[in-house]
Write a protein that binds this ligand. Structure first.
Ligand code: CA
Length: 363
């Protein structure tokens, strides 16, 4: 009963559906003793605050709720496979689960990127609302279906920072020739603004910035950026994170592995992923506030806001890039239509709720 209460307490549609009353006979027929020993491969350094610890939390939830019927071994980036091979590894069934951001897999499907985040798109609250209540998750399943993968939202960092620079950005012209670590659609936006986007995974960023291989880098937000030591290798820390307003992290499950689970264990995995979204968002909110205070006391760090005209230009380019992608790819068009419609509806409410409230709190 304890586990049922817990699931019900999360009060998601999925969780409630999983808790429908069962007869004594159904319970007896349910396979309760079969055990599963799984691997999860991730795109993160092991135990890295927020991201790596988020994976550990997900695994702990699943193991605790299943009473150990699912045991999962965590492999950080490079421990079993490099970060860039997580998608293929789970797709082929060489690991049952994977954790990372969907926009790393744009080479597989351009549409995947919308399930992490897009520049000038939804914030974390809205992203969750679109995925769980706006049709986003159904579209995500459709996009991953040909790859033999079942996707779940399993984390969100909240809005990120604009990144670390070694020279001030005072106009669009300052982006010209700038070599910057910038993934996904934002990388293409930077390219059209005159910059040179470079894709690097977590283990490579610090050294690339330190040695001048890149001039600038966006990674996450104060909690993670300070953890990676980026304040030691760049002076200017820019906001807001136009490129990643509310990125979802995913848990992908190999389809055969998923189908091998009895229904109650499927419910546990699904709800553990959903609980990890809340947990990770909360960890980032708390960790960012503390890390920002610490960064502000560092004399070598200068906090700056991007000029409005730079942001306005990047926004115009962003929607040009996305419309072009949609014109070339039917799935992108389908996902973008859903995402854009949701964002337009949400905007009216956000203006008089969160946005208005936060301005009021600062009076
Ligand atoms: Ca980022």
């Amino acid at each position: 009963m304890k586990r049922r209460d817990f699931l019900g307490g999360l009060s998601s549609g999925a969780a409630l559906a999983a808790c429908s009353p069962q007869t004594q006979e159904e319970n007896e027929n349910r396979p309760t003793t079969q055990r599963f020993s799984w691997k999860i491969v991730t795109t993160w350094l092991p135990n890295f605050p927020g991201l790596g610890t988020g994976v550990n939390t997900l695994v702990r939830y699943i193991q605790e709720m299943s009473g150990g019927r699912i045991e999962i071994t965590v492999y950080g980036a490079g421990e079993l496979v490099p970060a860039t091979e997580v998608f293929d590894t789970v797709s082929m069934g060489n690991a049952e689960m994977g954790h990372g951001p969907a926009y790393y897999w744009r080479g597989k499907s351009e549409a995947a990127q919308f399930f992490t985040t897009i520049p000038f798109g939804l914030n974390a609250h809205e992203q969750n609302a679109w995925l769980y209540y706006g049709g986003g998750l159904e579209l995500w399943r459709e996009v991953y279906e040909p790859f033999n993968l079942v996707p779940f939202p399993a984390g969100n960092t909240g809005v990120q920072m604009g990144g670390w620079f070694n020279k001030p950005i005072e106009s669009v012209a300052d982006l010209r020739g700038l070599k910057m670590r910038m993934p996904g659609i934002a990388g293409e936006v930077l390219r059209r603004a005159g910059g040179i986007p470079v894709f690097l995974s977590q283990p490579e960023i610090y050294t690339a910035l330190q040695t001048g291989v890149i001039d600038a880098a966006e990674w996450v937000s104060p909690y993670n950026d300070r953890g990676l030591g980026l304040h030691q290798v760049a002076r200017y820390y820019y906001y807001p994170g136009w490129q990643e307003p509310g990125p979802t992290l995913e848990c992908i499950v190999n389809r055969e592995a998923w189908n091998s689970l009895p229904e109650d264990l499927q419910a546990i995995v699904r709800v553990a992923c959903q609980a990890t979204v809340v947990d990770m968002t909360s960890e980032f909110m708390a960790g960012n506030a503390t890390a920002l205070e610490a960064l502000r006391s560092e004399e070598s760090v200068e906090l700056r806001k991007f000029p409005d005209d730079v942001l306005a230009r990047l926004k115009v380019i962003t929607f040009e890039v996305i419309e072009e992608m949609a014109a070339k790819d039917e799935l992108v068009a389908k996902v973008w239509t859903s995402y854009r419609d949701f964002m337009e509806r949400s905007q009216g409410w956000q203006e008089i709720s969160e946005q208005a409230y936060l301005s009021t709190r600062n009076l």
